[in-house]
Design a protein around this ligand. Structure first.
Ligand code: DGL
Length: 274
């Protein structure tokens, strides 16, 4: 088999917050990042739409030579991962693997709370799917989960408005709506890979005793652990430290925006995905 790259997928820019940590932890591998910016945001789309979009992007990454794809997107992980794993991979791609971000996060979220009360902030799709509440209950039956959908946050980030004054009202409103649900919340999980870009604003409105958890390093550690346990996949990955970026949207806009928070120059190519 020709040597492979690790595929990292998100609806847009958000997955770069995860990719940055993965590449920092495992710089030796070759990677292909794909942002579906042309069809983003996914957060308000129905299950079937998120599934079809995600599947088309995953298959495109398979065609580019990725045996392993990480869905660095909570919405896609909540709405498409299980069907892709249980139907598509089994029937069509038995040697390929697709991993999500919800389970590895749920597995260790208990380490971040003393009060056993956790707030989850995510897209409407992630919150409605109830995936976090279900996965966390599986690992930590005593933890109480409170969820808040933040539908304006991804559009602010995709439009590069997230650090503008306009963002403040939306940031404060969703934090207030979450915290009003229970005063014992001592930890908030940013359950959308876009949201770490809003951390400076979020911190402005968050009481200091509440900690913020973002997923980048959690997913990087869990992927490293997966590769240690699956040498049959790991041995197929090329170790030339190459990173390729693709977007279904405008490449110039992607490069300008992505370079800002990937903290490296990004030169994306256009991916045509139907
Ligand atoms: N980064 C995606 C997530 O983690 C954003 C979803 C969207 O496109 O709305 O959920």
């Amino acid at each position: 088999m020709k040597k492979q790259s690790i595929g990292v997928f998100d609806s847009g820019f958000g997955g770069l917050t995860v990719f940055k940590e993965i590449a920092k932890k495992m710089p030796q591998y070759n990677y292909i990042y794909l942002g579906d910016n042309a069809r983003s945001p996914y957060g308000d789309c129905d299950f079937e739409t998120v599934y079809q979009y995600t599947l088309s992007c995953v298959e495109w990454l398979f065609e580019q030579g990725c045996q392993l794809v990480v869905l660095a997107c909570n919405t896609a992980s909540a709405k498409a991962l299980r069907s892709i794993q249980q139907n598509v991979l089994v029937e069509k791609y038995p040697h390929h693997r697709v991993l999500g971000v919800i389970r590895p996060t749920a597995e260790i979220i208990g380490n971040y709370t003393k009060t056993q009360h956790i707030g989850i902030m995510g897209t409407r799709g992630t919150v409605k799917s109830n995936s976090y509440a279900l996965e966390i209950a599986h690992f930590y039956p005593d933890i109480k989960v409170f969820q808040q959908a933040c539908p304006m946050w991804v559009p602010l980030i995709e439009n590069n408005e997230h650090l503008s004054d306009k963002a403040d009202a939306y940031v404060q409103a969703y934090i207030d709506e979450l915290l009003i649900q229970n005063d014992k919340i001592d930890c908030i999980l940013l359950a959308c890979t876009h949201y770490p870009l809003l951390i400076p604003k979020i911190k402005k409105y968050l009481p200091s005793h509440i900690s913020l958890v973002s997923q980048g390093s959690i997913i990087a550690n869990s992927l490293a652990d997966y590769l240690n346990r699956h040498s049959e996949i790991e041995q197929n990955i090329e170790t030339k430290s190459e990173k390729l970026f693709f977007t279904t949207g405008d490449t110039l806009n992607f490069n300008t925006h992505a370079t800002l928070f990937f903290e490296e120059e990004v030169n994306a190519k256009k991916a045509i995905i139907l």
